[in-house]
Design a protein. Structure first.
Lengths: 119, 262, 236
């Protein structure tokens, strides 16, 4: 039940992020949408590994308690850091584009590039 | 459990709301809030490690880096006379049709808009000397000044010639406007001006005062308002021209015009 | 223009369908009880000595993944440094008048936030946290200082060449540490230190060492990114 709810929300978030990435023209907002897609995938993985009656995978004493699956969490942890690294680099590229074309509008930048090619 | 479901259902609403905003700052802060709620969801899904990392990286650091990155890096300096309807002070704020156009253009370039008020005859000089980037304030397309760059006309207008009935001075027949418009208006009200050529916006602003001693004649020909761009800024000129034509095509310009000149 | 939008929306719908299909596939392939996770849960406490199983997985069983993750982070920091040093510096750095509230709160909050960062780094094997989040939290404390005092003022307190050597030195140590067991005649990527008793501060084999090194690395990397962004985009 919990798992299903988390996965459904993740799919909806994936769709929203994808639409934002395609239809918003501002490059910064495109990057934010990319972050949203990333977050939705992470939410999907974490909620696939979780259980309603589970407890966090930190061992407190001997014996088998109902720990949730720790493997997806370890994977997601790496994904968050890599997301940050990619984002910082992408933001630098956007800043360089803005420096050259004075705009964060993707279509305007495409027009400018086309015009430069023609010259 | 119920808290978790409420937070989960809040996530898509917040994401859709944030990503559909127009201002980038609102989008960024909205997505920061989204990350905060997402980390609460991770905590309730028994993933404290992920929650801590998410709140440290996504909610705090990434939001901040975005806010630094969208900071405006330069200024777009505009020199202009103060013309009612086109560009005028309203209390602490500046508003008007040209202000709307220029602030949209500045937002697109990621520049901060700075408006300085100058008498109309000093505007081309300021542009030539590189003190300003764009000249505005009801400049007529007929301006015979080849030292600055002109954009296309964005709004049709008309020229009116005013002269006193009693003494027609042939010398002052062609006298154009000089000085601040607010000074000119005071002089008009004091009756010191005998003849003058005015454009539509200035004429409309003046017609509120008593114009009975003058004969008004509309000059023949098609005129429109233009912007001036500093001669050194050819790329800026090109961008401004394409911005204006885009504005015209999308119908945004009509909307703005109707707001100020209904 | 219109055709392009329609095409893009069809593309978006197809991608969402693919994602749904992937999720369904994940559901069907998942073991009913999450057996791999159960194996980690039953074996990790005795094998690694770490109470936090997530840390045990990504710093012991899947250390190989984590090393490349650190490498990606380093390359990103390198990229930010490389591309932003060509970028023109902001000519007029307008000093926004420093607000007393910001300065006082920076003085007040810098020590506790920095301490929380160090705590998260060093107790990664016992409680939630670890090198990545601890390093970022410590970097955020420095960010608070940079907002209050100005990035360049804070930057002067670090000697830049030392920082660079420390950054790359730590990376070298992190990357060569897994190969150290070869020296004593064991396989690489196996534990070098004894696991110790679970729950004690000194336990978990070499996990605390990795956490500390990763924390330093991420802290420096975060500071470099913040510093370069603030230097070229102006103070906030």
């Amino acid at each position: 039940m919990l798992m299903i709810a988390g996965v459904i929300v993740a799919v909806i978030l994936f769709g929203i992020g994808l639409l934002g990435m395609i239809f918003r023209r501002d490059l910064i907002i495109k990057l934010l949408s990319l972050g949203l897609v990333n977050g939705s995938v992470m939410l999907c993985l974490v909620s696939l590994g979780s259980r309603a009656d589970g407890i966090a995978p930190i061992i407190r004493g001997p014996g088998n308690a109902d720990y949730v699956n720790p493997l997806p969490q370890a994977l997601v942890l790496s994904a968050i850091v890599i997301n940050f690294a990619i984002l910082a680099l992408a933001l630098v590229f956007v800043m360089l584009l803005v420096e050259h074309y004075h705009s964060t509008d993707s279509q305007r930048i495409e027009h400018e590039i086309k015009r430069e090619r023609e010259l | 459990m119920i808290v978790l479901l409420v937070l989960l259902s809040l996530l898509p609403v917040l994401a859709a709301f944030a990503l559909s905003r127009r201002r980038r700052f609102t989008v960024i802060v909205g997505m920061g809030l989204f990350s905060l709620i997402l980390s609460a969801v991770y905590l309730l899904l028994h993933a404290p490690d992920v929650a801590v990392t998410e709140v440290a990286i996504n909610a705090a650091l990434i939001t901040f880096i975005y806010i630094i990155a969208i900071r405006k890096t330069g200024k777009l300096v505009v020199v202009s006379d103060e013309i009612p309807g086109l560009l005028y002070r309203e209390g602490q704020q500046i508003s008007g049709l040209e202000k709307e156009i220029l602030s949209g253009f500045a937002r697109q370039l990621g520049l901060e808009l700075v408006i300085r008020f100058l008498p109309v005859e000093q505007v081309p000089t300021a542009l030539q000397q590189g003190e300003a980037d764009i000249g505005a304030g009801g400049i007529i397309s007929e301006i015979d000044d080849n030292t600055v760059l002109k954009t296309q006309g964005y709004l049709p207008t008309a020229l009116y010639h005013l002269s006193k009935q009693t003494k027609p001075h042939p010398k002052q027949e062609q006298s154009t406007v000089t000085g601040f418009f607010s000074d000119l208006r005071e002089e008009f009200q004091a009756g010191k001006i005998s003849a003058c050529t005015l454009d539509l916006a200035r004429f409309v602003a003046l017609s509120r005062s008593d114009l009975s001693p003058y004969t008004v004649r509309r000059l023949d020909g098609l005129f429109s308002y233009v912007f001036l761009v500093a001669p050194a800024q050819e790329q800026l000129h090109h961008q401004f021209v394409s911005y204006l034509s885009e504005l015209e095509e999308s119908g945004e310009l009509d909307k703005l015009t109707r707001r100020y000149f209904s | 223009m219109r055709h392009r939008r329609i095409g893009l929306s069809i593309y978006a719908i197809i991608l969402v369908c693919c994602f749904c299909g992937l999720v369904i596939a994940l559901f069907s392939y998942q073991e009913p009880t999450g057996q791999l996770g159960a194996i980690y849960l039953s074996r990790a406490p005795s094998e690694t000595g770490a109470a936090n199983i997530v840390t045990a997985i990504y710093l012991n069983y899947r250390l190989y993944d984590t090393l490349f993750e650190i490498l990606i982070f380093s390359v990103a920091v390198l990229g930010v440094r490389f591309y932003l040093s060509d970028y023109r510096e902001k000519e007029i750095v307008e000093k926004i008048p420093e607000s007393q509230i910001v300065r006082t709160s920076a003085d007040l909050f810098f020590p506790p936030i920095f301490l929380i960062g160090i705590y998260l780094t060093l107790s990664g094997h016992l409680s939630p946290g670890g090198g990545f989040s601890g390093g970022v939290v410590a970097g955020t404390a420095l960010l608070l200082c940079a907002v209050a005092l100005g990035a360049n003022t804070v930057g002067k307190r670090f000697y830049e060449p030392t920082l660079r050597w420390l950054e790359w030195g730590v990376l070298l140590v992190v990357l060569s540490l897994p190969l150290l067991p070869i020296v004593v005649g064991r396989l690489p990527f196996t534990g070098l230190l004894p696991p110790g008793t679970m729950g004690k501060v000194i336990s978990g084999g070499s996990i605390p060492i990795y956490n500390l090194l990763i924390g330093i690395k991420v802290f420096i990397g975060t500071w470099v990114i913040i510093h370069y962004f603030m230097r070229h985009r102006g103070e906030v």
